[in-house]
Design a protein. Structure first.
Length: 319
């Protein structure tokens, strides 16, 4: 549905998007994830034709966004971070105006407006003035504008920013519903939002794409997929010495335990596997009883910090 090829954007000396390439397949919800200032909004604005690229190409459903802008934009419904609403209009007036701007044929216009209002839960507030609506309902109006004409691709830039928890859940459910009939691209810096609704995740950092996969597969790419926390009976130096005999177990940390004669340690596998059974037999063979064991799988948050370099910033700031 979308091909982004070597996309670059400079603002003077600042490189906002750096040679970015990825593809978006039909019928999935894509999460565009990155810290604030990573280049997400700039990329989305170039993908939708709102902003020209310094170099590179965006192809929407076979149409180059620069060479065939009308054909390409007809395939896209876009909700910017700040919805372009005329707040003195009623919901219905605004959507009529948006439908006209989108060149929806007059004979199809009312059906398109009614369908978008129904999908976004706006039928009951159609005659309300937009400035009198809550933030959540204003966001729905912006989303209804993006849905007009039911384009195959829906692009949403930070669609839940500034909403309360109830409104966030409602918008997420709405996005999940859209994913059954449209290809959806959703940008956010909120990890829980991306993991809750998206089939595929694109992680961007400093204008570069650093990862593209499902949440589960991304977690398996982390430096330590599984971390095993152990309390082992024995002396610190003895435990350190025996660990050197197993090249498959990577020592993450090793400290004296709370009880005398015990050691707290964290282990990770070098081959991204569940290492509980290996650790059990290893310490039993060396007559070092395991008194406690728990396993922790890497979270999306930890992976995000690792891939974007935010972990190093966090560690540096705590020194």
């Amino acid at each position: 549905m979308i091909e982004v090829r070597n996309l670059t954007k400079r603002f003077g000396e600042h490189l906002a998007v750096d040679n970015l390439s990825f593809t978006v397949e039909k019928g999935q919800i894509y999460g565009f994830l990155g810290p604030n200032g990573a280049g997400k909004s700039t990329t989305m604005n170039m993908m939708t034709g709102y902003l020209g690229a310094t170099s590179g190409q965006v192809v929407i459903n076979g149409h180059d966004i620069l060479e065939e802008p009308e054909e390409a934009k007809a395939c896209i419904g876009f909700l910017p971070e700040m919805p372009p609403l005329y707040t003195d209009m009623t919901v219905l007036e605004y959507l009529k105006f948006a439908a006209e701007v989108k060149k929806i044929p007059r004979e199809k216009r009312w059906d398109a407006i009614e369908e978008s209002m129904e999908r976004t839960g706006l039928l009951d507030v159609a005659e309300r003035v937009i400035k009198n609506l809550s933030k959540g309902y204003r966001q729905r109006v912006g989303l209804a504008q993006a849905l007009l004409g039911m384009p195959p691709i829906i692009i949403l830039d930070e669609p839940t920013v500034g909403l309360d928890p109830k409104q966030i859940i409602e918008i997420r459910d709405l996005i999940k519903g859209l994913g059954r009939e449209h290809t959806v691209i959703l940008s956010s810096h909120i990890l829980t939002e991306i993991s809750a609704v998206c089939d595929h995740i694109l992680i961007i950092s400093h204008g570069k794409l650093v990862a593209s996969d499902t949440a589960e597969n991304l977690a398996n790419r982390a430096k330590h997929t599984h971390t095993l926390h152990l309390v082992v009976k024995g002396e610190l130096e003895n435990i350190r010495a025996v660990l050197e005999e197993d090249s498959e177990l990577e020592q993450v940390s090793l400290d004296p335990g709370e009880e005398e004669g015990t050691v707290n340690l964290q282990l990770a596998s070098r081959h991204e596997e569940d290492i509980r059974e290996r650790a059990f037999y290893f310490f039993a063979r060396h007559q070092c009883p395991i008194l406690g064991m728990s396993q922790e799988k890497v979270s999306l948050e930890e992976l995000f910090l690792e891939l974007t370099g935010e972990e190093e910033k966090k560690d540096a700031g705590s020194v």
